[in-house]
Design a protein around this ligand. Structure first.
Ligand SMILES: Nc1ncnc2c1ncn2[C@@H]1O[C@H](COP(=O)(O)OP(=O)(O)OP(=O)(O)O)[C@@H](O)[C@H]1O
Length: 240
């Protein structure tokens, strides 16, 4: 399997705040990695260093074998940020078109691609409505559709299912598993602990380090607890 993401000894501080002290992390093709950690642990910072938006103070982030930041690689990454960056006055379709162009996605077949990604998040009927009239969950879904545009080999999703109904959440996870089977690599952060049971590997970020990194079932065994939520709580207790 090919390594899609590899973080090696990454450190990052903001002023005197050492957010990441020594982070090692990897993601391979055909794998879903769940990045978990308490609020403020640095999950978004890990993502930003991986995308090359933030530069690590020490250590290196490699994506597709290349040290980040590397502008040319951004088109190959489907990224969904924690807060939606959408053009409210435009329709959903116009937003999708805009971001497709930014990512350099082929104009030919774009209409079909827009229909495809809108279908995945059940927004097909709302494509021609202005985003300003969308609910929070609909905006989240549109952001996810944007990340899926062009079928990128790497998906980086920061809290993708916040504000999304259980039925659609299930549908989205089914789609993520589908993509994984097709050889995509997916890095996802979540606060929803039962979603962490659905990933191949959980990386637990605490105290500026990845303190546990294994399959959800293996972690539950290691910690002697029945769920990832319990793993999380036990790890947090041990950190204190
Ligand atoms: N650009 C920045 N400038 C200053 N401080 C920052 C910056 N980005 C992040 N931080 C700080 O770094 C810490 C980690 O933030 P980060 O957003 O990575 O955490 P997180 O694990 O994603 O949190 P959450 O789960 O709440 O989203 C926080 O204390 C945050 O205030």
């Amino acid at each position: 399997m090919e390594k899609v993401i590899s973080l090696e000894k990454v450190a990052k501080s903001f002023g005197s705040l050492k957010v990441l002290k020594d982070v090692d992390l990897s993601l391979e093709t055909g794998e879903i990695l769940g990045l978990l950690g308490p609020s403020g642990a640095g999950k978004s910072t890990v993502i930003n260093v991986t995308l090359g938006v933030e530069k690590a103070d020490a250590g290196t982030a490699y994506v597709f074998g290349e040290a980040m930041p590397k502008r040319e690689l951004l088109g190959k990454i489907g990224y969904m940020a924690q807060s939606d960056a959408l053009y409210e006055t435009l329709t959903a379709r116009a937003n999708l078109k805009f971001f497709a162009e930014m990512r350099g996605i082929d104009k030919e077949g774009l209409d079909a691609e827009i229909n495809r990604v809108a279908g995945v998040v059940s927004l097909g009927d709302f494509l021609d409505q202005a985003v300003s009239g969308f609910s929070g969950g609909m905006k989240r879904r549109l952001s996810l559709a944007i990340a899926l545009l062009g079928d990128p080999k790497l998906l980086v999703l920061d809290e993708p299912t916040v504000g999304i109904d259980p039925a659609l959440r299930r549908q989205i996870w089914a789609e993520l598993h589908n993509m994984k089977k097709q050889g995509h690599a997916i890095l996802v952060t979540t606060h929803v602990m039962d979603e962490a049971e659905l990933v191949d590997r959980v990386a637990l970020l605490m105290g500026g380090r990845v303190i546990a990194n294994d399959g959800p079932k293996q972690l539950e065994e290691q910690y002697g607890v029945p769920s990832i939520e319990d793993v999380f709580l036990k790890a947090e207790e041990e950190e204190e």
